[in-house]
Ligand binder design. Structure first.
Ligand code: AMP
Length: 195
């Protein structure tokens, strides 16, 4: 099973991706987590990405694609994957398609879109800033990331909807209710004959 999780920061993608990946035995690929790890390890890619992450801007596509390619070719990705936080702009959608073709992998089965009101996102991100001490959870950077989502990532909702891959989930529910909603959507993909 190959799934993309689409949604703004604070929508719950990371939490849900970890649960679903574990339950389905597929590889969880969070580009944000991987970039933060590379920054911590002071790798070449991590150092190049640092200033973008701290400003709340998108890291250049070439760096992110390099990371995604590495992850998609891992053994853990053979049964399937969840891409959490990628693609994040139209160019990355095209690059992912090309990458999967080049790797001889099928394209994704489904895009889960997490729908959460902005006011709830800001509240959640402020709480996370205190809990996780992330450098990119300051009020100014949070605003910038919401703006980037609206400008660069939100157009992907229409695009994937036109490709009939989009399933929208109400992300403003309890963690357990969101997990159930996602699993219901995914069970229909696994059993397409079920009405
Ligand atoms: P996240 O943990 O998904 O909120 O990502 C944290 C930061 O990593 C983002 O604000 C971006 O700077 C960077 N990032 C993560 N995924 C991508 C991506 N697909 N394209 C560009 N930058 C990304």
């Amino acid at each position: 099973m190959r799934i993309i999780f689409l949604g703004p920061n604070g929508a719950g993608k990371g939490t849900q991706a970890a649960i679903v990946a574990q339950d389905f035995g597929i590889h969880h690929i969070s580009t944000g987590e991987l970039l933060r790890q590379e920054r911590k390890d002071k790798t070449d890619r991590g150092q190049k990405a640092q200033s973008y992450i701290d400003k709340g801007s998108l890291v250049p596509d070439s760096i992110v694609l390099d990371i995604v390619k590495e992850q998609l070719t891992k053994k853990e990705a053979t049964p399937g994957w969840i891409l959490d936080g990628f693609p994040r702009n139209v160019a990355q959608v095209g690059a992912l398609d090309k990458l999967l073709k080049d790797l001889g992998q099928p394209s994704c089965d489904c895009v889960i879109n997490f729908d959460v009101p902005d006011s709830v996102l800001v509240q959640r991100l402020r709480k996370r800033a205190i809990k996780e001490n992330r450098t990119d959870d300051t009020p100014e950077v949070i605003r910038r990331r919401i703006q980037i989502f609206q400008e660069e990532t939100a157009p992907l909702i229409n695009l994937y909807s036109e490709w009939l891959l989009l399933e929208t989930i109400n992300g403003f529910m309890s963690k357990e209710a969101v997990t159930s909603a996602i699993k219901e959507v995914l069970s229909e993909i696994k059993n397409p004959t079920k009405s």
